[in-house]
Design a protein around this ligand. Structure first.
Ligand SMILES: [Zn+2]
Ligand SMILES: [Zn+2]
Ligand SMILES: [Zn+2]
Ligand SMILES: [Zn+2]
Length: 271
């Protein structure tokens, strides 16, 4: 079992002094809390967190691997060539754990300092890119409704649970946003599959692990020709996604074969 960390209280205008360490706590293998300015663990050139291998010149100046290679392995301060790795500092970086940058947005992960940049770049609480082609807007979870309402009014429909809403895709349309009750947002995607047809899929826009709810849906596309009605239909559950990469289909989808509909495709959606 991991040793219990002692909490150092701050705030309230008082500086509390951590209780002295007991013999047990100072024995080998036990953790102690150390306060350190995280800036000291950043590369002094690019200011990103240092990561292994940490190279140093013979005077002990360090920089991150990427900056060293850009400097052609010559120290940026004293111009001596890089001579060795700073193993001790690498161990400190590995052992020092910090809360994720997106803690205030809900990430509960504690990340080793050397992995902080990698985690920040891929953290599911980080910002994601708007799926609408040509839109470069980046936003965090919870901000999308405002963006869609403001910037994509022509690509959205309001919908209620238990009622069918109709989405009319023009040939060039690829996405529709369904504004559900409350904060619920869905993305209806029409993904062309070469020489086959179109894959229709529905996603719930949120962070995967927050999607505790299940969102069953029905998609139906109807065509009428010579008084004969044909339809294709899918009953499934909306996959919860954070970022919907263009050109990707997740989970189940409704395949609408080529030539099934005319120029426009009217999709019946029931959530
Ligand atoms: Zn650097
Ligand atoms: Zn140097
Ligand atoms: Zn995170
Ligand atoms: Zn957008």
């Amino acid at each position: 079992m991991a040793p219990k960390r002692r909490k150092t209280q701050t705030g309230g205008g008082e500086t509390s002094i951590p209780p002295p360490l007991t013999n047990k706590e100072t024995s080998a293998g036990k953790e102690i809390q150390v306060r350190i300015d995280p800036d000291l663990l950043d590369c002094s050139i690019c200011f990103h967190p240092l990561c292994s291998p940490v190279k140093q010149c013979k005077n002990g100046h360090v920089a991150c691997p990427s900056c060293w290679s850009k400097l052609q392995h010559q120290c940026h301060i004293c111009k001596f060539p890089v001579v060795t790795r700073s193993i001790a500092l690498e161990k400190v970086l590995e052992a020092a754990h910090l809360p994720c940058t997106y803690t205030n947005l809900g990430c509960r992960q504690s990340v080793s300092y050397s992995q902080m940049q990698v985690h920040t770049d891929t953290c599911e609480f980080g910002p994601s890119l708007c799926p609408i082609p040509g839109c470069a807007h980046k936003a965090f979870s919870g901000e999308w409704r405002g963006h869609f309402l403001k910037d994509h009014q022509n690509l959205q429909r309001k919908c209620s649970y238990g009622q069918t809403c109709y989405v009319r895709f023009k040939k060039e349309d690829r996405y529709y946003i369904l504004l559900g009750p409350g904060e619920d947002l869905f993305l209806l995607v029409k993904e062309p599959i070469c020489n086959v047809g179109n894959a229709l899929s529905l996603y719930y826009i949120d962070l995967p692990h927050q999607g505790q709810h299940v969102f069953p849906y029905e998609l139906k596309v109807i065509t009428r020709e010579n008084f004969i009605t044909s339809s294709v239909q899918l009953n499934s559950q909306a996959v919860s996604i954070k970022e919907w990469k263009r050109g990707e289909v997740h989970g189940t989808y409704l395949l609408v074969p080529l030539g099934f509909t005319e120029q426009h495709m009217e999709v019946h959606v029931c959530l």
